[in-house]
Design a binder for this molecule. Structure first.
Ligand SMILES: Nc1ncnc2c1ncn2[C@@H]1O[C@H](COP(=O)(O)OP(=O)(O)OP(=O)(O)O)[C@@H](O)[C@H]1O
Ligand SMILES: [Mg+2]
Length: 364
């Protein structure tokens, strides 16, 4: 499939209310041309609503939506040139694969000789060439979803929207379909928005991730920056696994420390920290804590194992410490610990994530 002319999607101060429910509140965002952006957030935070506003299936309460230089706020779904893939596939059960994929082209009165060839190419893209004559009930769930992807892509829309396309598919197949969708999106260059509540999927398929919480944008950025530089405790908790703990920031000239219970850790020079000394929040990821039976560094966090679980290659531990219960993992071939063992958690100061106190940390 040749590359489309990619367009930028812009939302300006978009709100959507359903009666008293503020599903989305004053959203201003841009989706860069040709990129895949994931909307990530807990159930009910407004992801599907945002997608439906972009598609035109739902109208805004206030604000504007632009596709490139065109204000599409008032345009109906059929006039926005958007392809959608839903969680439920939404194939026509009485139509063959070929008729399903060609449906939109026939509605647009495309020359029948062209329809056949474009359908075949779209099916080839999703590795289903040869399945033209089957009906949806003669396909597996994964194959049905690939037909739905082909049906959206065959129209070469300006915008592709995916609403939890893989949640009905078993986990092994999900990984390969996720990679297929990403490959197709990249090669087509169509600006795409992808909704999921699975953070691993979000990190894997996206150029950008937008974390939404209660109808508001919590943070937007490339997957790596959200993982390593979460701006709020909510994002730190939602992306990857994290122990968000209360700590105290101390400063003396250029030197900075965080105090975690009775452990005082000096921060490296370049670390960004709030201007004020005092209470802060720290995110400790399981992979950044190394569990040992001795306090080799002198700045480890002391604790007592409360739970341990054997998970094959790794052990999972919950550890009671002065800063709360911490969760971590260690390779199972290392020394293994049992409940009530005294341990020390070693943290590399470089890897401490200091959460900037931007507004209040909602939901924490
Ligand atoms: N048609 C509607 N009428 C009334 N309230 C609605 C309607 N659609 C959505 N809502 C409400 O708006 C909020 C956002 O819903 P939305 O479907 O966008 O959430 P979501 O993030 O997609 O959740 P999920 O992960 O469960 O799919 C919810 O509180 C929901 O109950
Ligand atoms: Mg939804």
């Amino acid at each position: 499939m040749e590359k489309a002319d990619s367009i930028k999607i812009r939302l300006k101060n978009v709100s959507k209310h359903f009666g008293a429910v503020k599903a989305l509140d004053q959203i201003t965002i841009e989706f860069a041309p040709g990129t895949m952006t994931t909307l990530l957030g807990p159930s009910g935070c407004g992801k599907t609503t945002l997608l439906r506003l972009i598609s035109g299936l739902e109208t805004v309460t206030s604000g504007e939506i632009w596709f490139g230089g065109e204000d599409v706020t008032e345009l109906s779904a059929t006039r926005r040139d958007v392809g959608m893939v839903f969680q439920s596939y939404a194939l026509f059960p009485h139509m063959t694969v070929e008729r399903n994929v060609g449906y939109g082209l026939r509605v647009l009165k495309t020359d029948p000789s062209e329809v056949g060839e474009r359908v075949r190419q779209a099916l080839k893209l999703v590795n289903l060439d040869g399945y033209q004559k089957r009906h949806p009930d003669e396909l597996s769930g994964g194959q049905q979803q690939r037909v739905a992807v082909a049906r959206a892509m065959v129209l070469k829309p300006k915008v592709l929207l995916f609403d939890e396309p893989l949640s009905n598919i078993d986990s092994k197949l999900r990984r390969s379909m996720r990679d297929d969708i990403r490959r197709l999106q990249k090669s087509s260059g169509i600006t795409s928005v992808y909704v999921t509540h699975d953070q691993a999927e979000a990190l894997a398929v996206s150029d950008e991730v937008i974390v939404i919480n209660e109808g508001k944008i919590e943070q937007q950025g490339p997957p790596k920056s959200l993982y390593h530089l979460p701006k709020t405790a909510f994002v730190a908790n939602f992306i990857g696994e994290s122990n968000v703990i209360d700590a105290t920031l101390e400063k003396d000239g250029n030197n900075k420390w965080v105090v975690l219970g009775d452990t005082r850790v000096q921060l490296p020079m370049g670390k960004n920290v709030p201007a004020q000394e005092g209470p802060i929040k720290i995110s400790l990821r399981p992979e950044n804590m190394h569990i040992k039976s001795e306090n080799q560094s002198g700045i480890a966090i002391e604790g007592i194992i409360s739970q341990s679980a054997y998970m094959g290659p790794v052990m999972e531990y919950s550890i009671d410490t002065k800063v709360g219960s911490l969760f971590t993992r260690a390779p199972a071939y290392h020394e293994q610990y049992q409940p009530n063992d005294k341990v020390f958690l070693h943290v590399n100061p470089e890897e401490l994530i200091v959460i900037p106190t931007v507004g209040e940390n909602r939901n924490i």
